[in-house]
Unconditional design. Structure first.
Length: 444
């Protein structure tokens, strides 16, 4: 029955993806984050939903899209350059004898990352208004809000004894990656709630903001905990009414600590003990591997999925392979210093765009643009800080936030040039609440 429902819903939506490609982007986002096919147990669990949604969406995009000019933005140009470099490093790796053994894995990963970057480009072209941007962000927040709401009773009933994981066979299946994603979503819950006019939805978003804090705790991820501390600190600095945020954070953290079992306390207590446990040693081993490999192949690295047992025996102090354990060392090993430079250049470009939008939004009195700019900045901080210890460099969520930054800058420049939002009330606060699907249809 579950298989019929999952497949029935998505297959019946495919014609809409073609005639309304923005709807297809939303549906693809749900598939990417929620991985709904794995909620089923039969034939639907192996059905390629992502490809099924992407094909009619791309076809409709090519036929109906009129936003090609946005691909000339600096943000997407850097994405395209990075994409080209990924292709070059994959070609070099496949034709280098030392790396030829994982050539098939390299091209598989290149195809996977290319799909993400392609849908990032489609999103940049199709999200052309604040309404569409808001809907896109509400869909993302809704995906992770579903996990938080589902896990909240589990956390309470078990006293936080067990780790929280994301959906199976997804990019956030691991507890560390799930914690990373939640850190990126905490700012979305808060700032979407602050700019929401529907009181019921506002309350739900605030509730999810509170619940997501203990959820990060009970992923048992120390990298995610460090990221949460960084996001919370910057969030406190950005808030105008900072005092109001203190009891909220204290309440959420207090509930988490009260529920925390001894196993959680022991694991987090190692952060300040000065002793390196096996997990920390694995990270250092992986980072040494990445640095040593990049020393021999500084320009192109070893290509995607170069973290193999054979190469670890050659370049790492220890033989155990546990992945890159860092977005930065992961890119360094797989794409060399050149790839790491391009990757960081995209990060810095995105941050500079956000600072530029925030500065101009303040001068124009555009509170909504300012809130969105701060929201994206904090979400990026959650990714960048937690990513110091987690190997999710090609996270589709990260590229979705980069796409949102490109879109926000374009929308704001257009509105400000046309003289809109210059000291006027926030249109979101004045609009009557509308059904999200209606908004999708009106704007598609």
């Amino acid at each position: 029955m579950r298989d019929i429902f999952v497949l029935g819903f998505f297959l019946s939506s495919l014609p809409i993806c073609f005639v309304r490609p923005f709807y297809g982007v939303l549906l693809w986002t749900i598939v990417a984050f929620v991985n709904p096919q794995h909620l089923a147990y039969g034939y639907a669990s192996t059905f390629p939903l992502a490809e099924a949604v992407a094909i009619p969406t791309l076809a409709g995009f090519l036929i109906f899209n009129r936003g090609w000019r946005r691909l000339a933005s600096g943000g997407f140009i850097l994405i395209a350059i990075l994409w080209i470099w990924f292709t070059i490093t994959s070609l070099v790796s496949a034709h280098t004898p030392l790396f030829a053994e994982h050539a098939a894995d390299t091209w598989y990963r290149w195809t996977f990352v290319s799909k993400i970057l392609l849908m990032t480009a489609v999103s940049i072209c199709l999200i052309d208004s604040f309404k569409r941007l808001r809907i896109f962000l509400l869909v993302i927040a809704g995906c992770f809000g579903l996990f938080v709401a589902k896990d909240l009773p589990f956390m309470i009933l078990t006293g936080g004894e067990f780790r929280l994981y994301g959906p199976a066979a997804s990019m956030i299946a691991d507890n560390n990656d799930f914690g990373l994603a939640l850190n990126m979503t905490v700012p979305l819950f808060l700032f979407l709630a602050r700019t929401e006019s529907d009181r019921r939805l506002k309350g739900v978003l605030y509730g999810l903001f509170l619940a997501s804090i203990p959820a990060v705790f009970f992923t048992y991820s120390r990298g995610a905990l460090i990221g949460l501390v960084a996001v919370s600190f910057l969030m406190f600095l950005q808030m105008r009414k900072r005092v109001a945020l203190i009891p909220v954070i204290v309440l959420a953290v207090g509930c988490a600590l009260v529920l925390a079992p001894q196993a959680w306390r022991d694991r987090m207590g190692s952060l300040g003990s000065g002793k390196l446990d096996p997990s920390a040693l694995e990270r250092i081993n992986a980072w040494n591997f990445a640095w040593n490999l990049a020393g021999d192949f500084p320009v192109t690295g070893g290509g995607f999925d170069t973290f193999t047992p054979e190469l670890f025996r050659r370049y790492a102090p220890g033989p155990d392979v546990h992945g890159p354990h860092s977005i930065y060392f992961g890119v360094l090993a797989e794409h060399g210093f050149t790839g790491l430079f391009l990757y960081l250049l995209l990060v810095f470009s995105s941050l500079l765009s956000i600072f530029s939008v925030a500065r101009r939004a303040r001068s124009y009195g555009d509170e909504r643009a300012l809130a969105y700019a701060i929201m994206f900045r904090l979400s990026l901080v959650g990714f960048l800080v937690s990513g110091l210890f987690l190997g999710r460099a090609y996270f589709d969520y990260y590229f979705a936030i980069v796409a949102c930054i490109v879109v926000l800058k374009h929308i704001c420049e257009k509105d400000w040039t046309e003289g809109r939002y210059l000291g006027e009330p926030d249109p979101i606060e004045d609009e009557k609440p509308a059904d999200e699907l209606t908004l999708v249809e009106e704007q598609a």
